[in-house]
Design a protein around this ligand. Structure first.
Ligand SMILES: Cc1ncc(COP(=O)(O)O)c(C=O)c1O
Ligand SMILES: [Zn+2]
Length: 399
């Protein structure tokens, strides 16, 4: 609970497809047209009252951006999420051929991944709206984060995840006291079971983008990057894309900060979607100039967070990538594990396979000429390597 923070400058929620408006302070999932809802704020008013220099006076967490986050201060459930380090990686940079390569290390969040940001926000809103039971289909890390924040809030959590999720995710959820169901299938199969349970059991569905507040937490990755860079943005952002919420959220954050007058509207980073070869629906849609992705059959990769065969917000991801003159690229599991180990031994940072996929992708895009040596590049490492011991142990078998 953070009573001393300013109130949110909430205006309304807006459907990302049909633009219908909804009043704040109520429980929502999708718009009746099927579109995800986005939260809108009184940014013009905030522009007058909330200069960017004031941000540093807030807490050392993502809640320093409280005026552009939906919960009231007294509802906030925080475990210290956000304000993760932005680390320069000169040795790896020199090896790959970059002068200015950085890692935003989201592995230092509670429960070891960036999912903490979205679920801190969603659980805070659940507290505010009186929701008592939450349910989630997850590739793994979102489950751990929901279980942790629900425990902190005294809310019941119901978790559905593939039966082969990393052991860390399963053990965390159990330790946090969640109700866990392991499913013989993918996140898309888990989503169907959650939807059915929500109907019969009265759970609130916290699925990616079906719940409008997770994205608000995740957008703070964009605010934070600007603040850490002295209110500038890099030339290029690499983002490991599953459901794509981080990508959509950061794009929203850039727009909001431009309206607030905090960053220059003249230049946005090129946004680069990175997926795994065994599950690359967004890459395929990008390459085929399509607005929506198609379901990726037989999805498989050790980067379990990227095993999302059909992201609900695919059109929003593709919009951000295209508007930014970015691109979308897939790498193999071998390439991403090699890259993760290279980064670890060069820099002392042990990253998740999802983040490692971005390292591998950066090397490829330099060789194709898409990137320049001098580009200022930020790679989002979305989780800690410690959560993926099964994947990395294939490289270091113990006799
Ligand atoms: C470590 C990690 N990276 C990336 C992703 C993909 O996240 P997003 O839904 O924002 O694309 C996930 C999702 O589970 C994840 O756990
Ligand atoms: Zn709509």
């Amino acid at each position: 609970m953070m009573g001393q923070l300013p109130m949110p400058a909430l205006a309304f929620l807006e459907c990302s497809l049909c633009k219908k408006k909804f009043e704040p302070g109520k429980v929502y999932n999708l718009c009746e047209c099927g579109g995800p809802l986005l939260v809108r704020y009184h940014l013009d008013k905030l522009r007058e009252t909330w200069p960017r220099d004031q941000v540093a006076q807030g807490p050392n967490s993502m809640w320093r951006y409280a005026p552009v986050l939906p919960p009231r201060p007294e509802s906030i459930v925080s475990l210290g999420e956000g304000m993760t380090p932005l680390l320069r990686t000169p040795r790896l940079g020199a090896r790959l051929g970059f002068d200015n390569l950085w890692i935003k290390d989201e592995g230092l969040n509670p429960t070891g991944s960036f999912k903490a940001r979205g679920l801190s926000c969603a659980v805070s809103m659940a507290v505010e709206l009186g929701i008592k039971k939450m349910a989630i289909p997850s590739a793994g890390n979102a489950a751990s984060a929901l279980a942790a924040y629900a425990a902190a809030a005294g809310i019941e959590s119901h978790i559905y995840m593939p039966k082969d999720v990393p052991q860390a995710n399963y053990i965390e959820c159990k330790a946090f006291g969640a109700h866990v169901t392991l499913v013989d299938g993918l996140i898309s199969d888990c989503a169907k079971l959650v939807a059915a349970g929500c109907k019969t059991e009265g759970w609130f569905d916290v699925s990616t983008l079906k719940e409008p507040h997770r994205i608000e937490g995740k957008k703070t990755m964009g605010y934070e990057l600007a603040e850490q860079m002295g209110w500038k943005l890099p030339d290029v952002i690499f983002y490991p894309t599953g459901g794509g919420v981080g990508m959509i959220g950061m794009w929203k954050a850039f727009e909001e900060m431009e309206t607030l007058g905090w960053i220059s509207p003249t230049k946005r980073p090129k946004m680069i979607v990175v997926q795994a070869e065994g599950c690359q629906p967004v890459v395929r849609a990008f390459e085929h100039f399509e607005q929506r992705s198609q379901f990726w059959e037989n999805a498989h990769t050790v980067a379990s967070g990227l095993r999302v065969p059909k992201p609900l917000g695919d059109f929003l991801i593709l919009e951000a990538v295209r508007e930014s003159n970015g691109t979308a690229i897939a790498v193999s599991d071998d390439e991403l594990l090699d890259a993760g180990i290279q980064l670890a031994s060069d820099e002392g940072i042990f990253i998740a396979p999802e983040g490692a996929a971005c390292v591998a992708a950066s090397k490829k895009l330099l060789s194709t000429g898409f990137l320049k040596k001098s580009d200022h590049i930020v790679i989002y490492n979305t989780g800690s390597g410690l959560k993926y011991l099964e994947a990395y142990s294939t490289r270091f078998p113990r006799s």
